[in-house]
Design a binder for this molecule. Structure first.
Ligand code: PMP
Length: 353
């Protein structure tokens, strides 16, 4: 086998949750938002002019960056935008960890794309064991690091760390960039954003895919010091300057501009999480306290793999990871009340209660 092929064969790609082609299913497996995006997004789509596509998009994504900057009360040169937070995170890994002489550290139970990017970019990494209850032990990140990545709230556990705890970690690691992946922060976590003035080595990463119901549009962004953002921009422009298309840039702005709708939908999801979390507990499930739009549940009697299969037979998709250590858990995305009700009916049937 040739050298190039040996290299390619070593890659172990991330496996996203299934996107079933069938229409009549309940999809609670990829932490999408069950509600539509802000009405302003619909209006953008209705008013589309195909002629606007003959030109390249704005490579600086100026207007969307300004909208985000003003939303968060920071200047626009502290915002970086990418095609989903996967794009932002991948770009950050290569920019800040690409030449790391020490290992990059992240929890062993966290977003499974982190190790995939490390392997792709040849970055040495260390997976720090979480505690038995899946909480992250920040003391275990001690020692010189090439970088640190924390998902907060973490996935798939849903557990949130406090900003004070993470600030302690960053103070202890001035030698490297600390990425805080806040994909789920709007559902109950506390952001590290107030700390970006204090720590030049902190990068806060967000997505429009979950709380803003725009997984299909692919919008992610990062906020940090001017310095850290300027390096990200330089790396992006060494790779692909036109990452975000014209329509998506406008859609992003429409979403940011409708804060009332955003807050209402997030609060609907949080309410549903609390109501149906209680119902699941009554059925014998347990899970860590979730600050995200999903529950990481295990059942006292029936194994997760069996429940997963039975739900699938009934057209209900939840996420099941065969990974040792979490292979008796289901990650259940919070849907609408109606979807969660139908999930509960199916579960009662499966569990015989
Ligand atoms: N971070 C975490 C923790 C996630 O769960 C996800 C969703 N798979 C992402 C980042 C990426 O989300 P997106 O690329 O859709 O912004």
């Amino acid at each position: 086998m040739s050298d190039w092929e040996k290299y390619v064969k070593k890659l172990t790609p991330y496996v996203p949750g299934e996107q079933p082609r069938k229409k009549d299913v309940i999809k609670l497996n990829t932490n999408e938002n069950p509600y539509p995006p802000a009405p302003g997004v619909q209006r953008i789509l209705e008013d589309l002019d195909a002629g606007s596509l003959k030109k390249y998009p704005d490579p600086t994504v100026h207007d969307l960056r300004c909208a985000l900057a003003s939303y968060h009360g920071i200047s626009e040169d502290r915002v970086f935008v990418g095609v989903g937070s996967d794009d932002v995170l991948a770009m950050s890994f290569i920019t800040f960890f690409g030449d790391a002489k020490k290992s990059v550290a992240f929890a062993d139970v966290t977003y499974s794309f982190y190790d995939v990017w490390c392997r792709l970019f040849g970055i040495e990494y260390e997976r720090i064991p979480v505690r038995e209850d899946f909480s992250i032990d920040l003391n275990a990140f001690d020692g010189d690091r090439g970088g640190i990545v924390i998902a907060n709230p973490n996935a798939p556990s849903g557990i949130a760390l406090s900003p004070g705890e993470i600030a302690g970690l960053i103070s202890a690691h001035p030698e490297c960039v600390v990425i805080v992946d806040e994909a789920y922060v709007d559902f109950g976590g506390e952001s590290m954003l107030p700390y970006i003035d204090e720590f030049e080595n902190l990068l806060v990463v967000r997505t429009f895919s979950k709380s803003r119901a725009l997984a299909g549009s692919r919008i992610g962004y990062a906020m940090g010091s001017k310095k850290i953002i300027s390096y990200l921009l330089a790396a992006r422009d060494s790779f692909n300057s036109y990452t975000m298309d014209t329509i998506t840039q406008r859609i992003g702005i429409a979403s940011v501009e409708d804060d009332e709708y955003f807050k209402k939908r997030v609060s609907d999801i949080v309410k549903t999480r609390e109501v149906y979390g209680k119902k699941l507990k009554d059925m014998g499930f347990s899970f860590p306290k979730s600050a995200a739009n999903f529950l990481f549940a295990t059942h006292e009697k029936m194994d997760a793999a069996g429940i997963y299969e039975e739900l699938l037979n009934r057209g209900i998709y939840v996420r099941y990871f065969k990974t040792p250590g979490i292979d008796n858990r289901l990650r259940i995305t919070i849907g609408t009340d109606d979807e969660m009700e139908r999930l509960c009916i199916a579960l009662k049937d499966i569990l015989g209660i």
